[in-house]
Every structure is written in C-alpha cells, then in structure tokens.
Design a protein around this ligand. Structure first.
Ligand code: OSB
Ligand code: MG
Length: 369
C-alpha cells in the first residue's frame, strides 16, 4: 500500500533524563529529541531520530539529521508522488550514510502506511510475541557503592538482565562487585569502542564473571581486531556500532568478529533493514537483541515491536519509560514482570500527547510538499 506524502513536521523536544547517563564517550543529562511526523493524505505517522546532541556515539548528531532531512531526504521523497515505506530506502539511497536521519523518516512513513491499512507494526515485521523481556543499561557511576545501589534498584523493579557500561579504569572492579552482590543475575558489559587491541589481557580478566557478552570493545571499523579478541576470550563478543547494515552483519559474522548482534534500527537505517539484519543473523545461528538509544515512547514502541521477532532471544535495552523520563511523550511503557507489552494499535500503536509535546517543544519545522 502506498501513501501520498503531504509534508513532514520536525519536532524538537528537550527531555531531561531522570539521572545523568554516563558512557565511555560522555555524559548525557537531557535528550535533544527529534520526532518526525509524516503527513499523508490518509493518516499521519510518527518516527524518532535517535542521534545524540553531539557526534560521540557515531558521526551523526541531531542537528545534522534535521539538516539532512530538510535539504536532502525530504526533497527526494517529495518528488515521488506515491510512495511505499518499502521504497523509502531506495529513494534515499543516493544520499550516503545519515542512517539515523533516514530511519526516522522511514518509520514515520511506515507508521502512516500501517495506520492507513490498520496493520500493527509488530505483525508487519513478523513479530511473534505480545511482550518482550526487558534489560537495563547502567551507566558508569561515581563509585562502586553508587553502582551497586543503582543495580539493586533495577533488580527490585524486575529487570531481567543488567548491562554495565565499562571503560578503561572502570571494568573488572565494578563487574566483580556486581557479580559478588548478585551471583546469578544475567550480566553483560558495553564498552562503546573504548578499548584497543592491546587491552586483550585486561578484557580477558572479565571471563571469570560469566558474562552473557561483551559489547563493542574495539573501534567500529576494527572487525579483524574483534575477531582476534573473540578467539582470545571466553566471553562472547557482541557488536553494536560496527553493524550499520545487513551486509556489515554478514561480514562481521563471516570474519568471526561477533557471535551475537545488538540491533538498533536507527544505526542500520530503519526497521526494514533491522528486520533484514535479524533474518540474516537467524539464518547464521547468531542470536540478536534489541539495543536502545534512550528513546521516547515513539521509538520505544517500534523497538518493542521489533524485539518481538523470533530471533530476539536475549532481553533488550528496552526499559520502562520511567527509567529515562519523569514524563514521556506517549503513554508510559511500564515494566510488568520484567517485560514491556507490545502496543496493541495499528502502526507503532502509540502517539505523542499533544499537551506534553507542546510543553517540551523547543522548535517545530514544517516541510511541505
Ligand atoms: O551503546 O547501547 C549503547 C545509549 C546511548 C547510546 C548508545 C548506547 C546507549 C545505551 C542505552 O546503552 C540503552 C537504552 O536504555 O536505551
Ligand atoms: Mg552499545
């Protein structure tokens, strides 16, 4: 089914986080959110751009995404009278990169298309579950006692797996402390590319803690280094930043650079490419799980639908709204028995609350066909 695109609304929101989130690449205290609303003849749809305020996780940042949408993506879409969401990535293919910007626009159009057809995103993608298991990503803390407090709070709330952010100088000690306090909790770590090949001995010290995986220890372009490290460690290697397409996933798996893949739709250019990554990994016997980028309820709804696919076989960074924001733009996602429900309505199944949107708004730009 195709849509007739009438315009795009680019909503920028400032959303304070309930607590600062520290990773090896920096600390975030608020999200600078870009929501995209696709206006079509039959229905409107929503998408979220997951780029950060600064180019620290990847080369994209939210101002660059808005500029790319305005100058390069929207004109190409506007020149196509009838459009399906499945065609969006082809229409935009001549623009290199900017996968988070593309993913946001594709999701808005896909949501509009699915709402028009009365089809849920979870069913369109091939999801097989109505709720998904939730993990939580725990930032680098100021001290081990503060980290243990945070972890204890999340476990009391019901989270089914803990992910600790690590970096050189904050790795073996915090992991050992959490493992000592919680002998059986499913535990994994994420380095956001903070280590070098020469750190292999230090990373091997994590092997004794029975971690589910170590996520992205080395730079995103170092697949050979990850393959060497994989042969050296007992802990499975999972890639995040390195995987920006299904082809990248195929290459990483062929090289032995990872045995698990973190899937983020924004990082691979959209939910349709994310499904292709899922399918490719499933065929290769490589488990996947759903990453997160501190999304509002808009991106979270789509992530939860994606995480309902069959090869999402580990809990994701799909935490409840209250782990991030005191007030979400949609009805909040809540943790029930360690799970989030997949929204029931057509498309992504949720919409921003108009008054919350106005209250948090920092700007709105309208692009008209
Ligand atoms: O590497 O997974 C990551 C947040 C921002 C940028 C990168 C990452 C993260 C997280 C948070 O780990 C996951 C979440 O709860 O959304
Ligand atoms: Mg990561």
């Amino acid at each position: 089914m195709s849509v007739t695109l009438l315009g795009l609304e680019l909503h920028r929101l400032r959303m304070p986080l309930v607590a600062p989130f520290r990773t090896s690449f920096g600390v975030e205290t608020a999200r600078d959110v870009l929501l995209v609303r696709a206006l079509t003849a039959a229905a409107d749809g929503w998408g979220e751009c997951v780029a950060g305020a600064e180019p620290l996780y990847s080369v994209e940042y939210v101002d660059s995404a808005q500029e790319v949408i305005r100058r390069f993506l929207f004109p190409r879409l506007a020149a196509t009278a009838q459009l399906t969401a499945a065609e969006v990535s082809t229409v935009l293919a001549s623009v290199r990169g900017h996968l988070m910007a593309k993913a946001a626009v594709e999701l808005a159009i896909l949501d509009a298309e699915l709402r028009t057809a009365g089809v849920r995103l979870v069913h369109h993608l091939g999801g097989v579950r109505e709720r998904v298991p939730a993990g939580v990503s725990v930032g680098i803390a100021d001290s081990i006692p503060e980290l243990l407090d945070a972890v204890a709070g999340y476990l009391a709330a019901g989270y089914l797996r803990i992910k600790l952010k690590i970096q050189p100088g904050w790795d073996v000690e915090p992991v050992a402390a959490v493992r000592r306090a919680h002998a059986d909790v499913p535990l994994q770590v994420d380095a956001n590319a903070a280590y070098a090949r020469s750190d292999a001995d230090q990373l091997a010290r994590l092997d004794e803690f029975g971690l589910l995986l170590i996520e992205q220890p080395l730079p995103e372009d170092d697949l050979v280094g990850h393959a060497e490290l994989a042969r050296r460690l007992r802990t499975p290697i999972c890639l995040d930043e390195s995987i920006n397409s299904a082809r990248a996933a195929e290459t990483a798996i062929a090289l032995g650079a990872c045995s698990i893949v973190n899937i983020k739709a924004g990082r691979v250019g959209g939910y349709l490419e994310a499904r292709r990554v899922h399918d490719l990994c499933a065929a290769a016997g490589v488990p996947v799980w759903c990453g997160g980028m501190l999304e509002t309820g808009i991106g979270r709804a789509a992530n939860v639908a994606l995480a309902a696919l069959p090869n999402f076989s580990m809990p994701g960074d799909t935490s409840a709204s209250e782990r991030y924001f005191s007030r979400d733009v949609t009805a909040p996602f809540v943790l029930r028995e360690g799970h989030l429900d997949v929204p029931a309505g057509p498309g992504i199944g949720v919409e921003p609350d108009g008054s919350v949107l106005r209250e948090l708004s920092s700007s709105m730009e309208l692009l008209r066909v």
